[in-house]
Design a protein around this ligand. Structure first.
Ligand SMILES: Cc1ncc(C[n+]2csc(CCOP(=O)(O)OP(=O)(O)O)c2C)c(N)n1
Ligand code: SF4
Length: 422
């Protein structure tokens, strides 16, 4: 398979933003190294650099501000396949918020690469100083120039024990430096010093990147420790996460010939996520590839609950959904959460419970009492209704999954069967 790391050349950053250069050089380095996107796990942090997720064909994980290194470390601990590449993107804001995570990952020499997007300020929130802002650099919170010196993140990481550390200026082709980092056994970190064209340029008119770097005393360079990577000490003590996941074998046939995206929106307690899991597993039993993503408020147990499911006869590289092909809406909270995306549907089908006010959409609408079997089964009932109508997989695959997942006592199987006249 020859799939590019980036889905598009037109990345979602302001014109001239250094994040664009970093993303493209990361992709270039991985492509030069012959990586399949599905062997790359990209963890991104909160901030402008993090919105790259939607442009990547790799696996992507987006964490809390400053926590992406900890997330990457968790993945590295659970991964025993050296062909998988774990790369963490983080801003200078996130890097100082999560500084201790970086130090620990360097000290343990965990097998992962961290790329710090050091634009010397908090980009996404309007240009505040971070712990890496150099002395004298002007930001929203230091209008007279930063009175403090920033951390030397390269020196700290090198001293902590990272195998490979480099600081580079974010100009031109920097993919070879990235290749060195990605080839490293153990922890590698690259600090790319770059400019936020919206705020860095505005507050520091006339200053050029290389002059700022020289003035800061944080000169580009490479620092190497000859140490064994964490994986060497880890030995056989760690469990392989993939080994714990039972394989699903194909026992049914599919009628789906092209990718299909589905959003299911209801309320907490209505079994939306469980219904999505059942459908995903039933689809896999029918030979399809499938992805599932859940969204709900931080206070789990109240408010909306939305599941996004992609099904495809081919491998799925991008598991986000902008405009779905199918939407299944079973409660007012679910409708409120998905109204925007339903409004964007120009075709496809919306399955909506009859108790709700139909929204404006270009999708065909199927209105029905999906709660007749019980509100906890509304989402599953509605999505099974779609499955039966479309023939993308047999309903037997769904019932078989309910049984094999040990859910027969939780789900009113007989009622569902009679609902479908089985
Ligand atoms: C825990 C937490 N604190 C604050 C915020 C608000 N916030 C969102 S983006 C951001 C700044 C990000 O700056 P940086 O990490 O340097 O990344 P950049 O936007 O420059 O790429 C902040 C403070 C947040 N999302 N989470
Ligand atoms: S605000 Fe700054 S950091 Fe964010 S995308 Fe624009 S130029 Fe880049």
């Amino acid at each position: 398979m020859n799939v590019n790391i980036l889905k598009t050349d037109s990345l979602p950053f302001c014109k001239g933003c250094g994040h664009d250069l970093i993303s493209k050089n990361t992709a270039k380095a991985l492509e030069k190294m012959g990586y399949n996107p599905l062997d790359v796990i990209m963890v991104t942090d909160i901030g402008c650099h993090g919105i790259i997720d939607r442009s990547l064909n790799t696996h992507t994980i987006h964490g809390l501000h400053g926590r992406s290194v900890a997330l990457g470390a968790g993945i590295a601990f659970g991964n025993s396949d050296p062909s998988k590449k774990i790369i963490v993107f983080i801003g200078d804001g996130g890097a100082t918020i999560g500084l201790q995570h970086i130090m620990e990952a360097a000290r343990l020499n965990i097998n992962m690469s961290v790329i710090i997007h050091n634009n010397m300020l908090y980009g996404m929130t309007g240009g505040q100083s971070s712990g890496l802002t150099p002395e004298g650099f002007h930001t929203t919170t230091s209008a007279d120039g930063n009175p403090f010196d920033g951390y030397d993140i390269c020196a700290l990481s090198h001293t902590a024990g990272a195998s490979y550390v480099a600081r580079v200026s974010g100009i031109g082709d920097i993919s070879d430096k990235f290749i060195k980092a990605f080839q490293t056994q153990g922890f590698s970190l690259i600090e790319v010093v770059e400019i936020c064209t919206s705020y860095g340029v505005k507050f520091n008119p006339g200053r050029k990147l290389n002059e700022i770097i020289q003035a800061s005393g944080r000169i580009p360079g490479e620092w190497i420790n000859n140490r064994l990577p964490f994986s060497h000490h880890q030995g056989r003590k760690v469990d392989n996460l993939f080994a714990k996941t039972p394989e699903i074998s194909k026992s049914f046939n599919t009628g789906l010939e092209k990718p299909l995206s589905l959003i299911m929106s209801g309320s907490a307690g209505e079994g939306v996520q469980l219904a999505a899991t059942i459908i995903v597993k039933a689809a896999m039993k029918s030979g399809l590839h499938a992805t599932q993503k859940g969204s709900y408020p931080v206070t789990v147990g109240v408010g909306f609950s939305t599941a996004e499911v992609n099904l495809s006869p081919k491998e799925i590289n991008f598991h986000g959904i902008n405009v779905p092909d199918i939407a299944v809406i079973t409660s007012a909270e679910g409708l409120a959460h998905s109204t925007r995306r339903i409004g964007l549907m120009k075709s496809g089908t919306l399955f909506i419970d009859q108790s709700l006010t139909p929204p404006v959409t270009g999708a065909e609408m199927i209105i029905r009492d999906f709660r007749e079997i019980g509100y906890r089964t509304a989402s599953l009932f509605a999505v099974m209704y779609f499955i039966k109508q479309s023939g993308i997989l047999p309903l037997e695959a769904v019932f078989d999954t309910i049984e094999s997942e040990g859910l027969s006592s939780k789900i009113p199987v007989e009622k569902l069967k009679s609902g479908f006249e089985i």
